[in-house]
Design a protein around this ligand. Structure first.
Ligand code: SAH
Length: 360
């Protein structure tokens, strides 16, 4: 994994994006720098997050002079645009989100029934972790997204759900490793979780990680959202093979980090486990996994994800019976175990399939 400090993976795009400013940052700009009254903060927040305006010029209750100063200073409302939108037969929608410097990430809207959608957000263009079973992992990392580009995904997706439907949950399970882009992800949670911003409570937001232990600790201290960890193996031997990061943070250390994550009462963390047929899906694996996670049993829910194929690696997607057997072996050990319903497979929008395909 390349280190977060490497200049080349820092975005070149200017970050003067109103969508990434929390109210304190906006107040500092408007009041301290520009000498405006404090109520401007509320006005701009209402435009950006409630009304969804996409340009400073549309904020007609601000003086012309103020609008001009913001524009001249290089501020914008959002820095992405929606490209291709694809819809699956199951109602899943995948949006290509074009970035200003030419790249594109993907965000996925997953129907949860009754007009509710869960949105899967990307945190990086590509990914540095190189997990062997993941398409995004095979792309390598081009760059981190800015906090604004993360918030922008939520803003642009509001127009992409059917009339009357709402995005009720946000999951950082799209392209990238959110905790490798820690600062931007936490910064994006400012406007995302602000009641006057996008208004998602921390309970409605989940960050999924390969298990970067120091960053898990920092997240718990700074922004205690729901946590999901992609464990994906029951032994270090197999995890080393499929997830190179395991050599840095082996299973026992990841489990210890989960044990100390500050979890509100009655809430559970998620342990994700991609089932790779013939590699990590035997009953023996299920038993060993149960043993590894024993101390977490009441604090977690195990989510099994049958592998979603893409051309390249020689894994197999286990059949339904094998998935159920694995699930049962864990339930019998006292775990809460769910199987992730595969959504968006026909449009390459399922877990681990995100990233532009080369032109055919
Ligand atoms: N980097 C973070 C966020 C991505 S979440 C993380 O790894 O948690 C994507 C989830 O999908 C992870 O749990 C990952 O293990 C899983 N995944 C990756 N490729 C997959 C594939 N081809 N089929 C099914 N799940 C996959």
């Amino acid at each position: 994994m390349s280190t977060p400090a490497r200049a080349s993976i820092r975005p070149e795009v200017p970050t003067r994006n109103l969508t990434e400013m929390d109210r304190e940052a906006l107040r500092a700009l408007l009041c301290d720098e520009l000498g405006e009254p404090a109520y401007r903060v509320k006005q701009i927040y209402r435009h950006v997050f409630q009304r969804g305006v996409r340009s400073i010029d549309e904020m007609t209750d601000l003086s012309k002079a103020l609008r001009a100063r913001l524009v001249e200073a290089g501020y914008t409302v959002g820095r992405v645009s929606v490209g291709d939108v694809r819809e699956s037969i199951d109602g899943t929608r995948k949006l290509a989100v074009r970035l200003q410097d030419g790249g594109a990430v993907e965000t996925v809207l997953i129907p949860m029934g009754e007009g509710r959608f869960s949105q899967c957000l990307s945190s990086q263009l590509g990914c540095a972790l190189d997990c062997d079973f993941c398409y995004t992992g095979k792309l390598g990392l081009s760059r981190h997204l800015t906090a604004g580009e993360i918030v922008d995904q939520v803003l642009v997706a509001r127009n992409a759900v059917p009339e009357g439907a709402r995005v009720t949950h946000l999951v950082f399970m799209g392209m990238g490793e959110p905790l490798h882009n820690f600062e931007a992800v936490v910064k994006s949670l400012g406007p995302i979780c602000d009641p006057e911003g996008l208004g998602y409570s921390h309970r409605k937001v989940t960050v999924s990680t390969v298990g970067l232990v120091p960053q898990i600790d920092r997240l718990g201290a700074e922004a205690p959202v729901n946590l999901a960890v992609s464990l994906n193996a029951s032994s270090d031997e197999v995890r080393n093979q499929i997830m190179p990061i395991n050599k840095r943070y082996p299973i026992a250390e990841v489990v210890a980090a989960l044990a100390r994550y500050p979890l509100p009462p009655r809430r559970k963390m998620t342990v994700e486990y991609v089932l790779l047929g013939g590699t990590n899906d035997s009953e023996q694996d299920a038993e060993r996994l149960g043993r590894q996670l024993r101390r977490l049993r009441r604090r977690i829910r195990i989510n099994l994800i049958p592998w979603n194929p893409f051309a390249g690696p020689s894994y197999a997607r286990p059949d339904e019976a094998r998935v159920r057997t694995f699930q049962r072996a864990l339930t019998e050990q006292g775990y809460t175990v769910t199987v992730r319903t595969t959504k968006g497979l026909d449009i390459d929008a399922a877990c681990g399939q995100l990233g532009e395909r080369p032109e055919a």
